[in-house]
Design a protein around this ligand. Structure first.
Ligand SMILES: [Zn+2]
Length: 76
C-alpha cells in the first residue's frame, strides 16, 4: 500500500540563528536570535512565525482537523 497522502502542509520547529521577523506581522512580532519559531514551507523556502502566532496557527489547525475527524470517526 502506498503511503497515505499528508493533509498538513510541511512545518517544523526551529531556533532562530539570527534575529528574524514573524511572517504574519513583521513589524510587531520580532523573533530574537535563539528564540523558538515555527517554519512553514512556502514554495521552495520556509517562512518563520513567532511562538504566539505558531500556537494560534497550531490550535486552529488542530480544531479544524478535529472537527473533520469527528465527521468521519465511527461512520464506517
Ligand atoms: Zn507572529
Amino acid at each position: 500500500m502506498p503511503p497515505l497522502k499528508k493533509l498538513m502542509i510541511s512545518c517544523r520547529p526551529a531556533r532562530a540563528g539570527r534575529k528574524r521577523k514573524c511572517y504574519h506581522d513583521p513589524k510587531r512580532h520580532p523573533i530574537e536570535k535563539g528564540d523558538l519559531l515555527l517554519e512553514v514551507r512556502e514554495g521552495l523556502g520556509w517562512n518563520g512565525y513567532c511562538i504566539e502566532c505558531a500556537i494560534a496557527m497550531l490550535r486552529s489547525s488542530i480544531d479544524e482537523l478535529s472537527k473533520l475527524h469527528d465527521e468521519f470517526n465511527g461512520k464506517h
